[in-house]
Write a protein that binds this ligand. Structure first.
Ligand code: ADP
Length: 332
């Protein structure tokens, strides 16, 4: 019943696809990023050239894939979609790059997970629209230069800090996506409910907006669970929201089970911290990268966690939210 920030099934992917905004105007929130992208695209159109390479950074579900699709749509260019984990060898990347049509937008999701050898090929491709293909092995190996069609790379990453500097530097523009405000999430939900033809009142949507980790993907997913609940139990509005969210273990702050597991370890096993990232990851049985780029940004944002040079520390608000008190403070 964990509400994870990445899609888990084909049905969820189809659902997300149906709700994806198609234009910058339809895209809710991130006003600064939208204005920046708009300018970049318009300038490229006026100069009749491919737009600069774009890096989209931020936690899962904040709209990176959606923005890549919008960039293609608004600039009237075809879009090719790939991802870091699918590029395990330089050859995988060479195959994609050499088959791009002029002006194509290449979207690489989770670009920080691409093979190192491919990263190096990408530097040259981004800069000069050219790659060197190695043929043969050992002493007889030669490299054959290959010109590419001009393209725009749109990379997405959960943390731009995970990218090597030479790669990061080759993006003309980096957009840092922020968690959404409750008002913005309510707008996302109003739009989704209308698209799905769901009769649901504003108070119910506001409640979901406050409990979706600042993330549109989670907002839409919770709306789906509430819709299910209404369908099965014939309960509607706020009542359905409360019942469905409690069934799926979403608490008043919208924390999911992994968020709570992390906070629980820090509070009860380490008396509030500091706890090192790796210790934390091992304790909850997750990868350090997931803790750092998915779980922590939201906990920090809502003021339950702080990062210090010595490790992660629970705030006073965290003790309060979980109804606990520190062993060291109660002893004194
Ligand atoms: P990411 O690539 O960052 O993980 P996505 O672009 O796949 O996130 O967005 C997840 C879902 O959330 C999309 O299907 C879309 O319906 C919704 N969404 C994301 N951002 C917005 C937004 N700004 N306005 C409306 N819906 C959004």
């Amino acid at each position: 019943a964990i509400v994870r920030p990445t899609p888990e099934s084909d049905a969820e992917l189809a659902f997300e696809g149906a709700l994806r905004p198609k234009t910058l105007a339809e895209f809710v929130g991130q006003a600064k990023v939208r204005a920046q992208l708009q300018l970049l695209l318009q300038a490229a159109t006026l100069q009749n050239r491919t737009p600069d390479h774009i890096l989209l950074a931020g936690p899962p579900g904040l709209g990176k894939t959606t923005l890549a699709m919008i960039v293609a749509q608004e600039s009237g260019r075809p879009l090719r979609m790939s991802s870091g984990p699918a590029i395990q060898h330089a050859g995988d990347l060479a195959a994609v790059l050499s088959s791009l049509v002029p002006g194509e937008i290449l979207f690489i999701d989770e670009i920080h997970r691409m093979a190192r050898s491919a990263e190096e090929m990408l530097y040259l491709a981004m800069e000069d629209f050219r790659i060197d293909i190695m043929v043969g092995k050992g002493a007889g190996a030669t490299s054959i230069p290959l010109d590419l069609a001009p393209f725009t790379l749109v990379g997405a990453t959960t943390r731009s800090g995970l990218l090597p500097n030479p790669l990061r530097d080759r993006f003309g523009f980096t957009a840092h996506l922020e968690f959404y405000s409750e008002a913005e999430l309510e707008q996302v939900l109003v739009r989704a409910a209308a698209l799905l033809d769901l009769p649901i009142d504003r108070a119910a949507l506001a409640e979901i907006a406050g409990r979706c980790r600042g993330t549109p993907r989670i907002a839409n997913r919770l709306l789906r669970r509430v819709r299910d609940y209404s369908l099965v139990h014939e309960r509607h509005g706020l009542e359905a929201v409360h019942a469905a969210l409690s069934l799926y273990d979403v608490d008043e702050l919208g924390l999911d089970r992994l968020d709570r597991a992390v906070m629980d370890i820090i509070l009860t096993r380490f008396d509030g911290g500091p706890v090192g990232l790796n210790t934390l990851a091992v304790s909850v049985g997750e990868e350090a990268e997931t803790i750092e780029s998915v779980v922590e940004p939201f906990l920090v944002r809502i003021g339950l966690l702080t990062r210090t040079p010595r490790g992660r520390v629970a705030t006073r608000a965290a003790w309060k939210h979980f109804g606990l008190s520190s062993a060291s403070s109660s002893a004194s």
